[in-house]
Design a binder for this molecule. Structure first.
Ligand code: AMP
Ligand code: ZN
Length: 471
C-alpha cells in the first residue's frame, strides 16, 4: 500500500494529495534539456527537484515509469516561434553539425546528472527520433480542424479551444514569464496565441535538419515533441508532467492544447513546476552566454553534491538565489554531516520501532510538497537521539534513497574498498587495457574489461580517465 504524497499542482493552484490513474503506478513525464549548450546550475536545480519527486514517490511505495525527451530540434531562441533554432545556433558557434552538438551536450548533461545523483529516467528519447509520430499527430489535428496551413507552415488554432489558457487563473504571473520582449508578429498566425506545429522551407531556409512531410520539407515546432514522446511511451493519459516555471507558458499550455485536441480527453492530472535559480543579475539562462555549470563549481572547489544539498535546503516553489556565501555554509554543513555519519558504528541490533518512527517522520516531510529541508532536519534530530548507531545508520541509508547525498559514504567508499594486492592488480589491468586501446587492439581491451567484470570490478571511461568500482 502506497503512502500519501502531496505536492502543488499548477493546474489547480493547490497542494493536493496525489492519486494516480492506476493504483500504485505513476506515469511521469519530464521536459528534457535543449542540448545546444551545457546545462547551467539553474536547469540542474529543476532536474534535481524532479529527481527528488520521483524518488519520493518510489519511497512512498509507487512504481514510477518516467520519460524524458531530449530537445535536439525545433526550439527557437524565442519560445514563441521566432528567432533561430537553438541547435543551429550552437552548431554555428562551435563550427560543428547539429548532431555533433546534440551528442556532445546530451552526454555532458547525463554526466552532470551522474555527479549530482540525478537518476536517469527509464526512457530518454531525442525529438529527432520521433518525426513520424509528430507528423501523425499534426495530420490528426488538421483533420479535426484544430490546425491550419498558412505561409507553408502548419499552425495550431487556439481559437478552437474554449479554454486555451489553462494555467492562467492560478498563475497569472508565471504565465507572463514566457512572454518575451523580443516576440515579433508572425502575420501567418490567425490569432496571436497560435503556435507552429510544423515549419517548412518557407521559414529558415538554412535549417540544417529537415524532413519530408505532407506539407513540404521542414521541421517540427518545439511543443509537439513532448505531446508525442509522452504518448509514445505512456499512452494517451498520464499522471505527472514536470518542468521549470518558464515552461508553464507557452510550452505546457501548448502541449495541453494539442494533446487534448488530439485525444479528445484530459491528458495529465498533475503539473509540477520548479521555480528558478537566479543569480544577482536575475534568472540564470543559457542564452545569456555566461552561466555557471556543475563543472565550473567543481573547479572552484565545490563538489557537485554540495550543490545538490544547496538545492535541497530550500523549497522548490520559491525562487532561489545562488551565492557563494551560502554555498560555503552548505559545504561546511555537508562536511560536518558526513563526519558525524562516519563516526556511527554499524553494530548491535536494529531498533525496529525507532526505525519505523523516524522513517515515517522523514516520509511525512518529503511527502509534504517536497519539504526536503525538513527531511534534512530529521537527520540532525536523529543524530542527536539516543537510539543506537546501527539504527541511525540504517535510517540515514534509507533517507538517502530520496536525498541521494551519499551520506553513508557506503556506496562510494565501499565501492573501491578492496585489499591492497587486488587493488594493485586492478590498476595494472587498467594500464594494460589503456595500452591495448592505444595500440587499437580493442578486442584485448574488451577482454580485460570483461575479465574484471567477472571478478566483480566495473570500469567506467570518464573525461577524467578510467574509474573503477565494485559491481
Ligand atoms: P532548457 O534546456 O532551456 O530547455 O531547460 C531545461 C529545464 O530547465 C526546463 O525544465 C526549464 O524550465 C528549466 N530552467 C531553465 N532556466 C532555469 C532556471 N534559471 N532555474 C531553474 N530551472 C530552469
Ligand atoms: Zn516539454
Amino acid at each position: 500500500m502506497e503512502n500519501k504524497v502531496k505536492f502543488y499542482n499548477t493546474l489547480t493552484g493547490k497542494v493536493e494529495t496525489f492519486v494516480p490513474n492506476e493504483e500504485g503506478k505513476v506515469k511521469m513525464y519530464t521536459c528534457g534539456p535543449t542540448v545546444y549548450h551545457f546545462a547551467h546550475i539553474g536547469n540542474l536545480r529543476t532536474y534535481i527537484m524532479e529527481d527528488v519527486l520521483e524518488k519520493t514517490l518510489r519511497y512512498a511505495g509507487y512504481q514510477v515509469k518516467r520519460v524524458m525527451n531530449i530537445t535536439d530540434v525545433g526550439h527557437l531562441s524565442s519560445d514563441a516561434d521566432t528567432g533561430e533554432d537553438k541547435m543551429l545556433k550552437g552548431a554555428k558557434r562551435e563550427h560543428k553539425t547539429v548532431m555533433q552538438i546534440a551528442k556532445y551536450y546530451t552526454d555532458a548533461f547525463f554526466e552532470d546528472c551522474r555527479k549530482l545523483n540525478i537518476g536517469r529516467p527509464e526512457i530518454v528519447e531525442p525529438a529527432t527520433n520521433c518525426i513520424d509520430e509528430f507528423i501523425h499527430m499534426i495530420e490528426v489535428l488538421l483533420e479535426k480542424g484544430y490546425a491550419y496551413i498558412a505561409g507553408d507552415n502548419v499552425y495550431f488554432d487556439t481559437s478552437k479551444l474554449e479554454n486555451y489558457y489553462v494555467f492562467s487563473s492560478q498563475s497569472e504571473k508565471e504565465l507572463m514569464v514566457g512572454v518575451r520582449d523580443d516576440v515579433s508578429e508572425d502575420t501567418n498566425k490567425r490569432n496571436k496565441s497560435d503556435f507552429v506545429l510544423w515549419f517548412t522551407k518557407s521559414k529558415f531556409d538554412n535549417q540544417e535538419l529537415k524532413w519530408n512531410s505532407p506539407w513540404g520539407t521542414g521541421y517540427p515546432g518545439w511543443h509537439i515533441e513532448c505531446s508525442c514522446i509522452s504518448m509514445k511511451h505512456l499512452g494517451e493519459s498520464m499522471d505527472i508532467h514536470c518542468g521549470g516555471v518558464d515552461n508553464i507558458f507557452p510550452h505546457h499550455t501548448n502541449e495541453i492544447a494539442q494533446s487534448e485536441s488530439y485525444t479528445g480527453h484530459k491528458w495529465c492530472n498533475y503539473w509540477f513546476h520548479v521555480h528558478h535559480l537566479n543569480d544577482k543579475s536575475g534568472k540564470m539562462s543559457k542564452s545569456k552566454g555566461e552561466f555557471l555549470t556543475a563543472s565550473l563549481l567543481e573547479e572552484k572547489g565545490y563538489p557537485a553534491l554540495v550543490y545538490r544539498m544547496f538545492c535541497l535546503q530550500s523549497h522548490y516553489r520559491k525562487p532561489l538565489e545562488f551565492s557563494y556565501e551560502v554555498m560555503d555554509n552548505v559545504a561546511a554543513a555537508y562536511d560536518k554531516l558526513l563526519k558525524a555519519v562516519e563516526r556511527l558504528e554499524d553494530k548491535g541490533e536494529l531498533d525496529r520501532e525507532a526505525f519505523d518512527c523516524y522513517k515515517n517522520k522523514f516520509l511525512e516531510a518529503v511527502a509534504s510538497d517536497l519539504n526536503t529541508a525538513m527531511g534534512i532536519t530529521v537527520i540532525y534530530e536523529l543524530l542527536k537521539d539516543s537510539i543506537n548507531d546501527k539504527t541511525k545508520l540504517a535510517l540515514i541509508r534509507s533517507f538517502d534513497e530520496v536525498l541521494s547525498l551519499n551520506l553513508t559514504g557506503g556506496s562510494r567508499k565501499n565501492d573501491t574498498e578492496v585489499d591492497p594486492e587486488f587493488e594493485q592488480y586492478i590498476l595494472e589491468k587498467i594500464e594494460e587495457r589503456k595500452a591495448a586501446k592505444k595500440a587499437k587492439d580493442f578486442a584485448k581491451a574488451d577482454e580485460i574489461r570483461s575479465k574484471l567484470a567477472e571478478q566483480g570490478i566495473l570500469l567506467e571511461d570518464t573525461r577524467e580517465g578510467v574509474k573503477w568500482r565494485k559491481a
